[in-house]
Design a protein around this ligand. Sequence first.
Ligand code: SAM
Length: 255
Amino acid sequence: MSTTSATTSSPNRSTTSTGVDSVAVDEHGHAVAGMFDAIADRYDLMNLVMTWGQEPRLIRRTVTAARLPQAPAVLDLAAGTGDLAFAVLSRYYGAEITACDIAPEMMAVGAARPGGDQIRWVQADAMDLPFADHSFDAVTHGYLLRNVTDISATLAEQFRVLKPGGWMAALEMSPAPRNVIKPFSTAYITWAVPRIASWITDNPEAYEYLSRTSRGFHPPQVIQRMAHEAGFRSTGYELHMFGTMAIHWGQKPLD
Ligand SMILES: C[S@@+](CC[C@H](N)C(=O)[O-])C[C@H]1O[C@@H](n2cnc3c(N)ncnc32)[C@H](O)[C@@H]1O
């Protein structure tokens, strides 16, 4: 995995003997990273199954929502195995992509994919980014916010590292709206997902965590409000898959 050192003001940063730029993450971060590392090799398959094959389309929509310029500098947070990072790479010639995650095994799977060597992989906590202010044309993330202990701080960090005029675009699960579909989507996420996970991965606990955190997650209008409070403007979201998935966006104003 190719990683680089990055500008930081954090006292918690260090570079490991393997050259991976890393941070001291809190206990929660360690637990989350351990869980994702344990399912890294089956993550892509599980993700495709869980979203009924819709994942690539949602990823493409999220990249569109990032409104990238030519040859953009993009930061993909909670990059995992790099789905969003690779989608940017395939669409934007000359893109400089930094993929960032707390789970090194997830990134190792991504780095081994074709084109993985064209992406910079950095192990870091999205709540304490090792990048200078105004570094990126866009920040993307998929399924990050329900994993962090402080969503507002996470959004504030994204705002800080974006260049003025740059966009944040994020794919998240969303609590099912109260409609006729809700009992089915709730049963699917509560009952079916952990069972499918037990067939595909040997760590269904990770998907019980996912199921629990998805059901308890904020509705999209709350995330939109938090993005606004972090400084983003022109915020918005669109819902997919019967309202159980949301793509959020917001722009850092030019002045
Ligand atoms: C469900 S995966 C999503 C991976 C990828 N974005 C995708 O769309 O498939 C969530 C990822 O968030 C990462 N993550 C969780 N908390 C994080 C944090 N505080 N900072 C950076 N990454 C984090 C996990 O390690 C995991 O790889």
